[in-house]
Design a protein around this ligand. Structure first.
Ligand code: GLN
Length: 497
């Protein structure tokens, strides 16, 4: 009896197209796995039973009529809860949007559904995507499927955990400073942040508009490539002014050899303080794997990368302050009852609607943008952004891809990062590619010797070379081997009759 834990997205779509099983059978098996496993994982804020069965029936009806099926026909998918999907709430894990019904469907969601995907529901996240552990969700804590006492990473922790626990085959997340790649590395799945502009953000609640990008999680690089095909099919989205026409087959170069190609690494990043021994070992294993596959390794420099975290924690909060101004209890969001004036209604709605981290970021943004302060911080952060972008350009003149850690360590325990600035350091390797806008991906390389938890490497390529990114990621995955569904959950439900 087949189990969804061991089927790839392509195998599911093929099985549905060939009639080995129906999309409805897959949806029921996935719902069954979700309900059982989510009792312990708590990845979902909402499971969309009716929508899942409805879409599955539509796929089966299309097949019965002999209509062509999409490349994700019958594939169970979850969406981060900052993505609008008609028929579901979009809460951003915040009290502010606790009862907000999606008025329309985000382009990333509608493209996945157009490809035949089955929507299982909406996943937990850090409130408004501020965080690296999903602990700032106002509703629940999501547990790392490899060790329930640890966090799944964040902010897209629910999406990463849902894929890692085998509750879904694919999930979408958003990444402003690492929120796809860091939870992917904590949960032992593949997570890709495409080039800025490659995937439409229309219908995704904005955090930092010059940094935000939507991307997929999967258990293999091939599954992620298949999701990228769906996300970019149809080309440019006129509803997102930053969207570009990237209508490519991301599977076409999956198996290209990396022999004779060049992988760059920055020694200072591998030796940086705060990196654990097991992450360094994983980097060495990844370098050895590329050499064994015939690629050459080259030392390069990113001299201004040390400024990336500081620049991000200026630019991000400034943009967040502007984007979140609409949650005032009038235009959007929780409305404080019985207020004497409009001004008090707005301030009390915001005071009671937002959690601590969301307030911290907005207060920081308001301060940094104030007159006199602006030139000292925001303008300098933009200058640092230009320097970092130029560093990348120089590095990519010499190499095809860059290799670096995805995170300085493996998943930590709940409550371990009680100081926010310590938490911000979790993103030390991911932020720079949001600053520069190029594509990046985190790929599991095994389990750490000390923690026993998944460890990943991160690869980055120049902007709009996302197919090359997938080629290198696949080469690494072939050497390291993809991780299975977290052992605690494998085979618990998810069986196809
Ligand atoms: N952890 C980073 C932050 O808290 C990144 C978040 C994200 O990418 N959404 O800002």
């Amino acid at each position: 009896m087949a189990n969804l834990d061991t089927l790839s997205a392509q195998e599911i779509a093929r099985g549905v197209a060939e009639g080995s099983f129906s999309a409805k059978e897959v949806a029921q098996a996935a719902l069954d796995a979700c309900v059982q496993r989510d009792r312990e994982v708590d990845a979902f804020l909402e499971i969309t039973y009716d929508l899942a069965l409805e879409r599955a029936e539509a796929v089966d009806a299309a097949r019965a009529k002999g209509e062509p099926l999409g490349p994700l026909a019958g594939v169970p998918v979850a969406f981060k809860d900052n993505m609008n999907m008609e028929g579901s709430h979009t809460t951003c894990a915040s009290r502010m949007l606790e009862s907000y019904d999606s008025p329309y469907t985000a382009t990333c969601v509608s493209r996945m559904l157009a490809a035949g995907a089955i929507p299982l529901g909406k996943t937990n996240m850090d409130e408004f995507a501020f965080g690296s552990s999903t602990e700032s969700s106002c509703f629940q804590q999501t547990h790392n499927p490899w060790d329930l006492s640890r966090v799944p990473g964040g902010s897209s922790g629910g999406s990463a955990a849902a894929v890692s626990a085998g509750e879904v085959t694919l999930a979408l997340g958003s990444d402003t400073g690492g929120s796809i790649r860091q939870p992917a590395s904590f949960c032992g799945v593949v997570g890709m942040k495409p080039t800025y502009g490659a995937v439409s953000r229309y219908g995704v609640v904005a955090f930092g508009s010059s940094l935000d990008q939507v991307g997929p999680f999967g258990r293999t690089v091939a599954d992620v490539a298949l999701a990228m095909n769906a996300l970019t099919a149809g080309g440019r989205d006129p509803m997102d002014s930053t969207s570009q026409d990237v209508n490519l087959d991301f599977l076409e170069h999956l198996d290209d050899p990396v022999e004779g190609r060049c992988v760059g690494y920055v020694p200072a990043l591998i030796e940086a303080a705060g990196i654990t021994h097991e992450v360094r070992e994983a980097m060495q294993a990844a370098m050895d794997a590329f050499e064994a596959a015939g690629a050459t390794l080259k030392e390069v420099e990113l001299p201004h990368i040390d400024a990336a975290i500081s620049a991000y924690y200026v630019i991000g909060p400034c943009e967040a302050f502007s984007n979140l101004a609409r949650f005032d209890g009038v235009r959007y969001g929780y409305q404080e009852p019985n207020c004497a004036t409009l001004a008090s209604q707005s301030s009390l709605s915001r005071a009671h609607g937002f959690g601590a981290e969301a307030k911290r970021r907005q207060l920081l943004g308001a301060y940094l943008l104030s007159s006199g302060i602006y030139d000292e911080y925001y303008v300098h952060a933009l200058e640092a952004r230009t320097l970092i972008t130029q560093d990348y350009k120089k590095a990519f003149d010499q190499v095809d891809a860059l290799l670096m850690p995805a995170a300085p360590r493996t998943a930590f325990h709940f409550g371990e990062m009680s100081d926010p600035t310590q938490m911000y350091l979790s993103d030390m390797f991911t932020i720079s590619s949001n600053i520069a806008g190029n594509g990046s991906i985190s790929v599991p390389v095994g389990l750490g010797h000390d923690s026993g938890m998944p460890v990943s490497a991160q690869l980055q390529t120049p902007a709009f070379h996302d197919r090359t990114l997938i080629t290198f990621a696949h080469a690494l995955e072939k050497a390291a081997g993809a991780l299975p569904v977290a052992p605690r959950f494998a085979g618990k439900g998810g069986y196809l009759a």
